[in-house]
Design a protein around this ligand. Structure first.
Ligand code: ADP
Ligand code: ZN
Ligand code: MG
Length: 479
């Protein structure tokens, strides 16, 4: 039988803030375990949580960027469960009144397999704000708990079951990460656990509209792993259904080394968590003004930026894609393109030279010594014929090393293009003097020899002579 996959993702994203969600401990990754803790995030009895406004603002920003409606009244609830990653035995989360609901994000482009996707909107059910539990470390045979992570603000983005393939899921995760990074909500560094995703997947016979029973997959620590796990689960469930078996609702883990999923537990349901409003926290009221203030801070999203780059800078779709592949790069390009005579040339230099040098030197763009202004200046010098593209390349490398402005490097190294006609005339004369045989050939009617002379003059001038003037002068002197 042919089956169709139905997939919905639940994505957790740590919110980048100075302090934790309900206390003033630092929200920072990588410190000695259990050094960023206090009675509140260790769950001591008698302590009181105080909500972090910045985290709330960023949760709402995430909602606005994903076209959600924002709740004017919201609240925090206790989600009870017993596990050592949670000192209080409940997690402060949101149940029936999340900050954001009913949004969507658009996916397009290509999936992990490289196949082109039909663009579509994927629904966002809700985005709620909660606290991250501690990180448990099982590495050494015993289990260690690091409460530095306990109480870090976390948003959960629950997606509608609108995805139909591993490739679509991959594109969705990529788009979501891009939005979170553009909105400066999170760096979404998966290696630091800043973005974590659970996959829900069910199968149904092709053409059927009802959904099948879903399996929830956990422990997916990269987008690639999510893609692989979905393909595996699709295969596993198809085979089971074909053999006449039934799917039970269960939570499964993903073993990326073995390339297979395994049973963790049969699924718990909401009433197991005994949600109830947290009596320590009052309801959250948001004024229209506050929401509008956050809306006013929204950055331009990658899709809109791509369109603007194509229209106002005449970039190809491909170049616009490359220039917006990263927030910092997009900002860098935009700043340079605004100042440059030929923005297209700026894009060329970024994708060919800058990205290559950054890669070779393992330098993040943030540490790059070339400023957008200097890059604009370099491309102008080339566009104006003041230096050749070839010399531009060595100037560029020098700019990369020293951070100097291109005019300074050109002046110091005497690299500027020679457009002075008497200087060119004397180099041309020298080239003619040195090659009497070729002069004879030219005068006998072999016009192609002219190219040979251009080459000689460029060599003598170390690439600096203005090629157009060289051709004119050669024609004049050769008669
Ligand atoms: P639960 O009550 O088990 O938490 P929800 O209805 O809240 O389930 O959905 C949780 C996630 O599972 C959402 O991302 C949703 O899109 C996805 N989901 C729900 N039903 C299905 C299904 N039949 N197949 C695949 N994914 C589903
Ligand atoms: Zn604390
Ligand atoms: Mg649910």
């Amino acid at each position: 039988m042919k089956y169709e996959a139905v997939i919905g993702l639940e994505v957790h994203v740590q919110v980048r803030t100075k302090s934790k969600m309900f206390c003033s401990c630092a929200n920072r990754f990588g410190a000695e375990p259990n050094t960023l803790v206090c009675p509140v995030c260790l769950g001591y009895p008698g302590t009181l949580p105080v909500p972090n406004r910045e985290a709330v603002r960023k949760a709402i920003k995430a909602g606005l960027l994903t076209h959600c409606s924002i709740a004017k009244r919201s609240k925090f609830d206790r989600k009870s469960y017993f596990y050592p990653d949670l000192a209080k035995n409940y997690q402060i989360s949101q149940y029936d009144l999340p900050f954001c609901e009913h949004g969507f994000i658009e996916i397009s482009g290509t999936g992990f397999s490289g196949a082109a996707l039909t663009p579509k909107k994927v629904g966002i059910t809700r985005i709620h704000l909660e606290e991250d539990p501690a990180k448990l470390n099982h590495a050494s045979g015993a289990t260690g708990a690091d409460y530095n992570r306990s109480g870090v603000p976390l948003i959960e983005i629950v997606g509608e079951p609108d995805l139909r393939s591993a490739d679509e899921a991959y594109a969705y995760l990529t788009a979501l990460k891009e939005i979170m990074r553009y909105g400066e909500i999170s760096d979404c560094d998966m290696e630091k656990g800043q973005m974590r995703c659970d996959v829900n997947i069910s199968l149904r016979p092709e053409g059927r509209s009802e959904f099948g029973v879903k399996i929830e997959l956990k422990n997916l620590n990269s987008f690639r792993a999510a893609h692989r796990a979905i393909e595996y689960e699709f295969w596993r469930q198809s085979r089971l259904l074909d053999e006449g078996g039934t799917i039970r609702q269960e939570t499964r883990g993903w073993n990326d080394d073995a390339g297979e999923s395994y049973l963790m537990r049969t699924k718990e349901s909401a009433h197991d968590y005994r949600y109830f409003p947290d009596p320590d926290l009052t309801d959250f009221e948001l004024s229209d003004e506050e929401i509008e203030n956050i809306r006013a801070e929204l950055p331009e999203l990658p899709d809109a930026m791509r369109r603007r780059f194509e229209e106002s800078y005449q970039l190809s779709a491909y170049d616009a894609e490359v220039m917006t592949s990263d927030t910092a790069l997009a900002g860098f390009f935009d700043a340079a393109a605004k100042k440059a005579k030929q923005p297209k040339l700026v894009a060329n230099w970024i994708s060919s030279e800058l990205l290559r040098l950054l890669g070779e030197n393992k330098t993040p763009l943030g540490d790059c010594r070339i400023t957008p202004e200097n890059l604009a200046c370099l491309t102008d010098l080339i566009a104006d014929g003041k230096i050749s593209g070839k010399i531009g390349k060595s100037v560029f490398e020098e700019m990369f090393q020293s951070g100097d402005a291109p005019d300074k490097i050109i002046a110091e190294k005497g690299l500027s293009q020679v457009s002075d006609s008497s200087a060119i005339a004397s180099i041309v004369a020298e080239a003619i003097r040195a090659n009497p045989r070729q002069v004879g050939e030219y005068q006998a009617g072999n016009a192609r020899v002219l190219q040979y002379f251009v080459g000689q003059v460029m060599k003598l001038s170390k690439g600096r002579a203005n090629p157009q003037l060289v051709v004119e002068e050669l024609k004049k002197q050769l008669g």
